[in-house]
Structures are given as structure tokens and as C-alpha cells.
Design a protein around this ligand. Structure first.
Ligand SMILES: Cc1ncc(COP(=O)(O)O)c(C=O)c1O
Length: 375
């Protein structure tokens, strides 16, 4: 546990909760925060609540800026990563000489689908790094990032294998070769420290529903200062205008910052709710949360006679175990009260700040007999 952040800080379902790669647990303080910051202003002042609600959205981008070491004006709230990616891609100038877009077979399918749709619409060539290449090796990226590539999508932590990629090195390769980099942090935000000023990517997309424990609907995009002025989003509305209240039928001008990606009237609840979680995680310290997770993963690895598909120094927050009969293993663990899920590479086990060493010991005791039955 992290000192000052006991399990009771969250509503954690009974049993051993290891699904934080999918949905992080609800912080106990969120309900009151949502009531005070969203429902009360609405109940007390009707439409005047917009003052508080817009403050909430600003608090969201400020909390993200603190968490990821950047500035609030570089973030724009979004519904989810897929939609954020669509907005970014179609806002960019159409590539003229370079006609390839690089991504990986290990990216989240929704993200790969968006990229392919973009390529089809603009008649670009999608280049998918195959599954058998090691994504954590910068040489793999170097082999694919040739002079015909305009955009590269890089996933910080791969969802099905739990592998963590050296983003700074890959982004540097992109910069050296004048390739636009877009980084997906869905599986790292809230469990692995992310320093956007250090990375210097062109774009980053993420959400709060997983390790950040901030619920669904609070996605975001980040755009670097160098890129903002060339982005002309298609999906616009009065909140994309430099001064929403002054928009007329013929004076539209993009906001000078990432707000140009907003569109029309923004939703408020998801961002209000998620801000509470982001602040909580930031005050617990992502470095501390990460080192707690690493300790628990090593403890698990040392008690099992198998390893996750990736090396310990390449692991994100999730340990993946494959059994001879994964479906049966899932059933057995589920009936013993373990909350986990199954993907192509095996069962995903994701300890967070509300998990303890004794959760891991119990888990290992349940898993070892199942592994004994391996062919
Ligand atoms: C790596 C990664 N990217 C993206 C997503 C989700 O994308 P979206 O927010 O569009 O649903 C996930 C969800 O599991 C993911 O693991």
C-alpha cells in the first residue's frame, strides 16, 4: 500500500481486483466532489452553473498538465482515444510527398482501425509492424520509419502483452526523420510516470477510465506548441472558436491552443469526476504507485514458474499469464474471487495501489496448480 492511501480510499469490489487495465476503482471522495461541483451549482443556479462547469473543465486540463508535466493549454478534453485520433489525423495538412503511416499489429484494434480509415480516405499506405517484431527495440522502429513515412502511432504500453515501449527514443527517431509522432497512453496514464516535456512528441492521446480511476468519457488529446498552428480540425463548433461567445456566422477563427479541438458544447460530468481521481493519483505520486506495482509484479513472477510475454524491465502495469486452457483458468480464478480478464496472449493481471502483497500471495497459490497442468 502507499502510505496515506489505504485500500479504503477506493470502492474496491470484494475479492482480488486486478482489472485496473480496464476500469480503475472509484475513489470514495468522487461522489461528494461530483455533487458539490456539478449537481449543487446546477440545483442552486440553473444555467448560471456554466461558470462552475467551465471551471471544472479547466480544472481537468490543469490537473492533466500537473500530472504529465506540461501546460493546460496543450490539452483538449475528448470523449475517447479513437475519436481524439480521428480529430487529430484529419486536422493535419494532407501529406504530399510522404505517403506511409506506420503503426503496429499490437496497437489497440480501435486505434489501428482509425488509422486505416484515415489512410483509405487520403489514399495513403498503412504500414503495420508485424506481431513478431520486438516493439521495445528502437531498431524495429528505425527499420520501418523510412523517408516515405509521414505519421507514426506509438502505443506506450501494449494492452494484450503489457509491454512498455521506450517512447522517448522512438519519438526522437521520428523527430530526426521529420515524422509526426502520436503516442497512445491509454495503458500507462496513472501507473507509469509520463513526462510530456521530456518526450517531446507531436501528439498524445489518453483517457482516465483505466489506471487513473476516473471513469469513462474523460478522454483527452495533447498537442505540442510546434504543431498547434497547423492543425485545422474538421469537427468544430463554437467552443473551437477563439472566443466562443463572440462567434457569428462568418467570423470563425480557431482558438490559439488545443481548445480548437473542442467542437460544440462540451460534456461536463466525466471531466469533473475524473479531475478528482487525477488529483488523488498525483498526490499519491505516480512514481510511488509504479514502484508498488513493480514490487507486486516481481513478487508474483518469483512465485510462478512462468513469465509475462515481456522482460521485467519492459513491463507496464500488467502481468500476462498463458495457461494450456486459458478459458478454464479464467473460470477457476473468477470463481475464487479474482477479477481479471482474458485476451489473445493470456490472462491479464493488473495490481494497483489498492492491492497488497497478500493479494499476490493468494493469487500465486491459485495460479500455480493451474500452471502445473500445462502441456
Ligand atoms: C492501448 C489502448 N488504446 C486505446 C484504448 C481505448 O480506446 P478508446 O478510448 O477509443 O475506447 C485501449 C482500451 O483498452 C487501449 O488499451
Amino acid at each position: 500500500m502507499i502510505p496515506g492511501y489505504p485500500k479504503e480510499t477506493f470502492f474496491v469490489p470484494d475479492g482480488i481486483y486486478l482489472l485496473s487495465h480496464s476500469v480503475g476503482c472509484l475513489p470514495v471522495s468522487t461522489e461528494k466532489h461530483l455533487s458539490d461541483s456539478f449537481f449543487r451549482p446546477w440545483a442552486n443556479s440553473g444555467g448560471h452553473a456554466w461558470t462552475n462547469w467551465l471551471d471544472n473543465i479547466n480544472a481537468f486540463t490543469q490537473a492533466l498538465a500537473q500530472l504529465f508535466n506540461s501546460n493546460a493549454q496543450n490539452f483538449c478534453p475528448q470523449v475517447n482515444l479513437s475519436s481524439a485520433l480521428t480529430k487529430i489525423l484529419f486536422s493535419l495538412p494532407t501529406p504530399t510527398h510522404r505517403n506511409k503511416v506506420v503503426f503496429s499489429a499490437r496497437d489497440f484494434p480501435s486505434i489501428g482501425t482509425v488509422l486505416q480509415k484515415y489512410c483509405k480516405t487520403l489514399e495513403l499506405e498503412p504500414v503495420m509492424i508485424p506481431q513478431d517484431r520486438n516493439l521495445a527495440d528502437p531498431q524495429t522502429w528505425s527499420d520501418f520509419l523510412d523517408e516515405e513515412v509521414s505519421i507514426a502511432l506509438i502505443t506506450h504500453v501494449v494492452s494484450n502483452t503489457g509491454q512498455k515501449l521506450p517512447i522517448r527514443d522512438i519519438v526522437q527517431l521520428c523527430r530526426d526523420r521529420t515524422i509526426t509522432s502520436i503516442v497512445d497512453i491509454a495503458q500507462s496514464a496513472g501507473i507509469i510516470p509520463v513526462d510530456l516535456s521530456h518526450w517531446q512528441a507531436d501528439f498524445v492521446i489518453g483517457s482516465c477510465v483505466k489506471w487513473l480511476c476516473g471513469g469513462p468519457g474523460a478522454g483527452y488529446l495533447w498537442v505540442s506548441d510546434n504543431n498547434i498552428h497547423e492543425c485545422q480540425p474538421d469537427d468544430i463548433g463554437w467552443f473551437s472558436h477563439k472566443d466562443p461567445m463572440s462567434l457569428t456566422m462568418n467570423n470563425f477563427e480557431y482558438a490559439p491552443d488545443a481548445r480548437r479541438f473542442t467542437g460544440g458544447t462540451p460534456s461536463v460530468i466525466p471531466f469533473t469526476l475524473a479531475t478528482e481521481s487525477i488529483k488523488l493519483m498525483h498526490s499519491a505520486g505516480i512514481e510511488h504507485i509504479h514502484s508498488h506495482n513493480k514490487k507486486l509484479l516481481s513478487r508474483l513472477a518469483s512465485q510462478l514458474n512462468v513469465n509475462s510475454p515481456c522482460q521485467p524491465n519492459e513491463r507496464g502495469g500488467t502481468f500476462v499469464v498463458s495457461f494450456s486452457n486459458n478459458q478454464k483458468a479464467l473460470q477457476t480464478l473468477t470463481s475464487a474471487g479474482v477479477h481479471c480478464d482474458l485476451r489473445s496472449e493470456g490472462l491479464r493481471l493488473s495490481p494497483h495501489l489498492y492491492n497488497s502483497a497478500s493479494d499476490i500471495d493468494t493469487l500465486a497459490e491459485l495460479i500455480n496448480p493451474l500452471l502445473g497442468k500445462r502441456r
